[in-house]
Ligand binder design. Structure first.
Ligand SMILES: *Cc1c(COP(=O)(O)O)cnc(C)c1O
Length: 458
């Protein structure tokens, strides 16, 4: 009999979580104006709001916290982290930042100017924010298969080479500072990009003289998918795959809160000395001196260890395996989810789940609230609230998909929690026909409304 995967760790410390009553939850969610971001975490039993900075560190990472070097310059923890990043990615230069968006801010301050075009697969929202803030444009060149949640394409994060070449032909190369590949593609559902695609993007970009950068928050999960799904890559180690992936790029920005296995942090790694020099100046202005960039020495030491652990295959097998475990449970129960299951989250198709709720009443948000009331589970709406209003007409933008994202923190919950989540969602599914109305907005901010919006029952 083939042995199943099992977590390559055991638990040394626990944090108790409170399983509330339905009565308490009904009261709390009303007090929070039906916005899950407003809920105190002690009122949540299983928190699937995000996988960002919510994972568990290992004993070795905690011991790094104790031995971190807090020197302003020449810190040994900085050297350790720099060596790990260079060894893992092959990039020559390294700059720490306080998180991923800070890395974007520093790098884009060097490379992105007004009117520029940055093509790529679906850009993450802070990435797009940093591009648009500079009056430049992000062009989504993701393959069309990504928008069909039933399509079983193994690499739905791939860039459509034809769409990319159109961008390259339409604009002079001076106007395109780089192509950005996000691995895995968070915005399209934690879907991976294949090695073949990365290589092809590199070759095409080289032909037009355009650099390639990675938004690399989940690069280790992406490498794991490549090993599993790409025939020509299956005999390589994950470390070899990571090295090869990055060999097709000129640099990367990283949110260490994902595959860095730490609670805060980020960095930039790159090859071009001129870019590094100018980026160093921006790091000093925005983040801190180049040897800490907004991070404590101890945090850099823990990140160095976290990067080693997150590229271990036994870890990735259990990480991606747990997300898949939850996804498959839901599929078995007949619950509509995005397929194939992504690397860090399961996306529930709320439109199919709740056919009797009008789109004007926020379908995915309604489902998120129902799941919280059912069992104290906090997911997040990826739907109309997030899509916000059109900046000109101020009308609601209704996206094609209304999704409830269940993001799984790393090394934090057990498969019993996954079973619990699946059962809770099944209970809501069984009474979906009775859910016929949703919510309306009583207050919203002019931008990024989903964080602070106030709602009431229709
Ligand atoms: C989280 C994330 C970021 C931003 O990183 P922060 O550490 O949250 O600032 C950028 N890109 C992707 C793909 C991400 O998932």
């Amino acid at each position: 009999m083939e042995l199943p995967w099992a977590e390559p760790f055991k638990i040394k410390m626990v944090e108790n979580i409170y399983k509330s009553t339905r009565e308490e939850r009904e009261k709390w969610i009303a007090e929070a104006d039906y916005n899950l971001f407003n809920l105190e975490s002690r009122k949540v039993f299983i928190d699937l709001l995000t996988d960002s900075g919510t994972g568990a560190m290992s004993d070795k990472q905690w011991s790094e916290i104790m031995t971190g070097d807090e020197s302003y310059a020449g810190s040994a923890s900085f050297e350790k982290l720099k060596n790990t990043v260079q060894e893992l990615t092959g990039f020559k230069y390294f700059l720490p930042t306080h998180q991923g968006r800070a890395a974007e801010n520093v790098l884009f301050s060097v490379l992105v100017k007004e009117g520029m075009i940055i093509p790529g697969n679906a850009h993450f929202d802070t990435t797009k924010g940093h591009i648009e803030f500079r009056k430049a444009h992000a062009v989504d060149c993701t393959i069309d298969e990504a928008f069909d949640i039933e399509n079983m394409h193994p690499f739905k994060g791939n860039i459509d080479l034809e769409k990319l070449e159109n961008v390259y032909q339409k604009h002079p190369k001076e106007q395109i500072p780089f192509c950005l590949i996000t691995v895995t593609c968070n915005t399209s559902g934690g879907q991976p990009v294949s090695m073949e695609n990365i290589k092809a993007v590199r070759e095409l970009s080289e032909k037009y003289g355009i650099p390639v950068y990675f938004d690399a928050a989940r690069y280790a999960e992406n490498a794991w998918f490549i090993k599993q799904r790409e025939e020509s890559q299956k005999d390589k180690s994950v470390r070899e795959i990571i090295k090869e992936m990055f060999s097709y790029g000129d640099g990367m920005t990283m949110s260490s809160k994902k595959d860095g296995l730490v609670n805060i942090g980020g960095f930039i790694a790159l090859n071009k000395e001129e870019v590094f020099q100018v980026a160093s100046n921006f790091t000093i202005i925005y983040e801190g001196f180049v040897s800490y960039g907004g991070m404590a020495g101890r945090d850099m030491a823990a990140l160095s260890q976290g990067l080693q652990e997150s590229s271990e295959e036994s870890y990735l097998e259990s990480r991606v395996g747990q997300v898949e475990y939850l996804g498959n449970k839901l599929i078995e129960m007949g619950i509509p989810v995005q397929k194939p299951i992504g690397g860090h989250a399961v996306f529930v198709d709320a439109k199919t789940f709740l056919p009797n709720v009008a789109k004007e009443e926020y379908i995915a948000q309604t489902l998120a609230i129902e799941l919280y009331k059912e069992a104290g589970i906090r997911g997040v709406e990826i739907g109309t609230l997030l899509a916000d209003r059109d900046p000109e007409s101020r009308e609601n933008r209704y996206p094609r998909l209304e999704l409830l994202r269940l993001a799984i923190p790393r090394r934090t919950y057990t498969n019993n929690h996954m079973d619990f989540i699946a059962s809770a969602l099944k209970n809501v599914y069984d009474r979906r026909k009775e859910i016929t109305s949703g919510y309306e907005i009583t207050w919203e901010a002019p931008i990024m409304r989903h964080f602070t919006v106030k709602l009431k029952k229709v």
